[in-house]
Design a protein around this ligand. Structure first.
Ligand SMILES: O=C(O)CCC(=O)C(=O)O
Ligand SMILES: [Fe+2]
Length: 231
């Protein structure tokens, strides 16, 4: 008998092999020290295709944001966003993906602590789209400690625009940059590392889902940033 269950039935399979394809001998130790681990190819092509359809459904609920975020040292936001509430309303498949137990277990193992869903439904799973020349998600730290960022679109521009840049909050001279292709993902210790997305060039597009998780038993200090960006 055929059963129809969970997001898997909708084509949102993940390639969990990505958790061992990062080329690091001990990813958990690396994450503890550096706060960043790539998950290349976590999203198979078919999953990217389904996510694009889901995103087309939620985009009518998007907001255009062009402002300087005062609570994050006046850094720029030029981007289109969709809040966690809108995603929950229109895309049960993305919500299922966020809650996928094998995914959450994989990230928990990487982080070395049990993770749980972010308490704030606005920030829990969001969409960030950079699609106009100069669009950027300026420097900030997140309220939640762990971010999983999934790439549905990414520029393949030879100048390498739209790269992730991150550095320890206390040492801005330690900045590192990383590029990601469509289908890739990464995990970031996003409350401790100051991070941004470098501006994109004319004609380039960068669309990500950001899944935020809490560490079980830890409280989160909330800033106004999520409501400024997603409502
Ligand atoms: O788009 C990215 O790579 C980073 C996203 C991010 O920092 C955020 O949503 O808080
Ligand atoms: Fe962030």
């Amino acid at each position: 008998m055929q059963t129809c269950e969970s997001s898997k039935a909708d084509g949102l399979q993940l390639d969990y092999g990505a958790f061992s394809r990062h080329g690091l001998s001990d990813a958990a130790t690396h994450f503890d020290r550096c706060g960043y681990v790539p998950l290349p190819g976590l999203l198979p092509e078919a999953t990217v295709a389904v996510l694009r359809e889901e995103i087309a459904v939620i985009l009518p609920l998007s907001n255009r944001k062009d402002f300087m975020m005062v609570c994050m040292e006046n850094t720029p936001r030029h981007m289109t966003t969709v809040s966690g509430l809108a995603i929950a309303e229109r895309s049960p498949a993305i919500v299922d993906l966020y809650n996928d137990s094998q995914l959450v277990e994989g990230i928990s193992n990487l982080v070395g602590r049990p993770l749980e869903a972010a308490g704030d439904p606005v920030e829990r799973h969001v969409l960030n789209m950079l699609h106009e020349a100069g669009d950027t998600h300026g420097f900030h730290t997140d309220d939640y400690p762990v971010a999983l960022v999934l790439f549905v679109e990414s520029p393949d521009c030879p100048d390498g625009c739209g790269r992730l840049e991150f550095c320890p909050v206390e040492d801005v001279h330690e900045a590192q940059t990383r590029s990601h292709a469509v289908g890739d993902a990464y995990v970031l210790r996003s409350d401790r590392l100051r991070h941004r997305v470098q501006p994109i060039h004319n004609g380039c597009r960068r669309t990500v889902l950001n899944f935020a998780y809490s560490v079980e038993g830890e409280t989160v200090a909330h800033t106004p940033s999520a409501s400024l960006l997603y409502t």
